[in-house]
Design a protein around this ligand. Structure first.
Ligand SMILES: Nc1ncnc2c1ncn2[C@@H]1O[C@H](COP(=O)(O)OP(=O)(O)OP(=O)(O)O)[C@@H](O)[C@H]1O
Ligand SMILES: [Mg+2]
Length: 336
C-alpha cells in the first residue's frame, strides 16, 4: 500500500499541475516535454477538478500510475490517502478481504478485524491497477460499492459508507474484453466516465533524453551523460517496455560505464541493436536465421522488457497469453 501527500512544488507552466508526487520511489520528477505528454497532463488537470471515476489507459511501463498519482495530488482529495493496489497481483480468493476488509473470525486465520483498502482510502483515491484482471465475481461486488457508496467487510452484515474516488488503469482494451464477456459491461460504463491515455514512449521521443537524464540525475552516480552514439541508440529504440524499460537501460548503463558518459556498449544488447539492426544483421550474416529463431529472440526481448510478465508481453506482442505460453514451451523443449 502506498500513500502520497502533497508537496510544496510550484505548478507546471503548461498545465498548472503540481508535477511532483511524493511516494514515487524511482523517479521523483514527472517528465513531460513532448506535446503528447503535455496534452495528457492538461487533461489530468481538468479531471483533477472532478470527482468522477477515471480510467488510465496505456502500454506497460508508460506511466499510468504516475499520472494517477499526479491526478490525485492535484485534486481536492490531495491531502488524503492515495492507495494503490495491483489487482492482478492478489489471488482472487483474497481480493475481497483486501478491498473491503474482514470481520473477526470471518474465515480461518482471520483473528481480528481488518480494515480494507476502501476504508484506508476514505476521503482520498483508490487506484486499481490492472483492473482488466479482476475476476468477474469481484467485478459485481465492486459495481455494488460504486452504486451504493457503501462497503461491507467480509463476514460482517453491517455496511458503512465510504467516500473514495476510483482511478483504475489497464494496458488492455477494456471494450474488447466487454465484447468477449470477460469484463462486465455495466462496470465498464460506471468506471469509464473519464479517460486518460498515456502515449507509448516511442510516440514521444522528445521525452526520451529528458527522462534518461532525470534517471541519471537521481542515481547518485558520478556519470553525468551519454555519448552521442548512445543517445542515438536510445532515440532509435522502440521501447516496448516504455519508461520502465528506459529506466532499466539507464541502470544497465550506469553499472557498466567506465567513464563519465554512458556509451553504446554499456547499454543492454537489445537497445544497442534495435529490432531494425537485428533484421539487418540477420540478412548480412552468412548463417541466415530461421523465422522461428528471430521470433523467439523477439519474444524473449519483449518478455525481458515487461519484467517477465507473460500477460503484458502477450499484450505487447499482440497475441493471446496461451499462444505465448505455447511458443515458450516449444522453445524450451527444442532447446533441451
Ligand atoms: N513521465 C514520467 N516521468 C518520470 N518518471 C516516469 C514517467 N512515466 C513513468 N515514469 C517511471 O517509469 C516507471 C513506470 O511507470 P508506471 O509504474 O507509472 O507505469 P505503468 O503504466 O503503471 O506500468 P504497468 O503497466 O506495468 O503498471 C516508474 O518507475 C515511474 O516512476
Ligand atoms: Mg502500473
Amino acid at each position: 500500500m502506498k500513500h502520497v501527500s502533497i508537496q510544496n512544488e510550484s505548478p507546471c507552466e503548461c498545465c498548472g499541475l503540481i508535477p511532483l508526487a511524493s511516494g514515487m520511489k524511482s523517479s521523483p520528477r514527472l517528465v513531460a516535454r513532448s506535446g503528447a505528454m503535455k496534452e495528457g497532463l492538461r487533461r489530468a488537470s481538468r479531471f483533477a477538478a472532478s470527482d468522477a471515476p477515471v480510467v488510465v489507459l496505456g502500454e506497460t511501463g508508460a506511466g499510468k500510475e504516475v499520472l494517477a498519482r499526479v491526478l490525485h495530488t492535484n485534486s481536492a482529495r490531495g491531502g488524503k490517502s492515495f492507495v494503490a493496489i495491483n489487482v492482478a497481483a492478489i489471488p482472487a480468493e483474497l481480493l475481497e478481504s483486501e478491498l473491503f476488509g474482514h470481520g473477526k473470525g470471518a474465515f480461518t486465520g482471520a483473528g481480528g478485524v481488518r480494515r480494507g483498502l476502501f476504508e484506508e482510502a476514505d476521503g482520498g483515491t483508490l487506484f486499481l491497477d490492472e483492473i482488466a484482471e479482476m475476476p468477474l465475481s469481484m467485478q459485481v461486488k465492486l459495481l455494488r460499492v460504486l452504486q451504493d457508496g457503501e462497503v461491507r467487510r467480509v463476514g460482517e452484515n453491517r455496511p458503512f459508507s465510504v467516500d473514495v474516488r476510483i482511478v483504475c488503469a489497464t494496458h488492455r482494451d477494456l471494450s474488447a474484453l466487454v465484447g468477449d464477456g470477460t469484463f462486465r459491461e455495466d462496470l465498464y460504463y460506471r468506471l469509464k466516465v473519464l479517460t486518460l491515455r498515456v502515449p507509448p514512449l516511442r510516440e514521444r521521443t522528445e521525452d526520451i533524453m529528458e527522462l534518461a537524464s532525470e534517471f541519471l540525475r537521481t542515481s547518485e552516480d558520478p556519470v553525468d551523460g551519454f555519448t552521442e552514439a548512445a543517445k542515438e541508440c536510445l532515440l532509435k529504440h522502440r521501447w516496448p517496455g516504455n519508461v520502465r524499460e528506459l529506466h532499466n537501460a539507464v541502470r544497465h548503463g550506469l553499472a557498466l560505464a567506465t567513464s563519465s558518459k554512458i556509451d553504446v556498449c554499456d547499454l543492454p544488447d537489445e537497445v544497442q541493436n534495435g529490432t531494425a539492426s537485428l533484421v539487418h544483421n540477420a540478412q548480412e550474416s552468412p548463417e541466415l536465421r530461421s523465422l522461428k529463431e528471430v521470433e523467439m529472440k523477439h519474444i524473449l526481448y519483449v518478455l525481458k522488457a515487461c519484467d517477465g510478465s507473460q500477460a503484458q508481453a502477450a499484450d505487447v506482442l499482440g497475441i493471446g497469453r496461451s499462444t505465448l505460453w505455447r511458443k515458450i514451451k516449444q522453445y524450451r523443449e527444442s532447446s533441451t
